[in-house]
Design a protein around this ligand. Structure first.
Ligand code: GNR
Ligand code: NI
Length: 173
């Protein structure tokens, strides 16, 4: 297992904007090794989710653990996830992103979604998500399309967010 560098919008916008490709040929040991690295990287950050493109790998793979800090770890793995249904009802949530460090703002998304994906063992799973699980999987699936949570904000807020991350990344004068 290894912690990999997380790409951020100041230096790596072009990579983060890429659309990730479906995994072909099922979940192999090589893919599981990548998911292990992603999970370790996410826990170290720390974060509650990570898409492969955030470590520069343009494949449709996500890892997540939305349990609280005092809860037992509950890693979740998603290969080729799809949203089968989304609720009409929307819910706002104050989001952040490891690729847009120290920026937080409210995004409205469907409150409930029905998902289909392959898990760590390559088995197909269909399940409903709501609450933080629904927020996080939609945030991560946006990454697979090259979409960041700041893309859901006004142009002004988005530009300010990117400028702030760029400024913070500059060495102090
Ligand atoms: O760690 C993360 N926290 C978070 C909080 C609210 C909504 C979404 C997230 S995902 C984020 C990690 C990340 O950037 N995943 O892509
Ligand atoms: Ni993110």
């Amino acid at each position: 297992m290894a912690i990999r560098p997380i790409l951020t919008v100041d230096a790596d916008m072009a990579t983060l904007k890429q659309v990730s490709s479906p995994v072909e040929g099922g979940v192999t040991d090589e893919l599981r090794a990548l998911m292990d690295d992603m999970l370790e990287t996410m826990y170290a950050a720390p974060g509650i989710g990570l898409a492969a493109i955030q470590i520069g790998v343009p494949k449709r793979i996500i890892v997540m653990d939305i349990e609280g800090p005092d809860q037992p770890k509950k890693p979740r793995y998603f290969v080729n996830p799809e949203i089968l249904e989304a609720s009409e009802e929307l819910e706002p949530y104050e989001e952040g992103c490891l690729s847009v460090p120290d920026i937080y703002d409210e995004v409205e998304r469907p409150a409930k979604v029905k998902l289909r994906y392959l898990d760590y063992d390559g088995n197909e799973v269909v399940e409903d998500a709501e609450g933080l699980y629904a927020v996080c999987i939609q945030h991560e699936m946006d990454h697979l399309e090259g979409v960041l949570f700041i893309d859901h904000l006004s142009r002004l807020k988005r530009d300010r967010a990117v400028a702030k991350v760029r400024k913070a990344a500059r060495p102090a004068a």
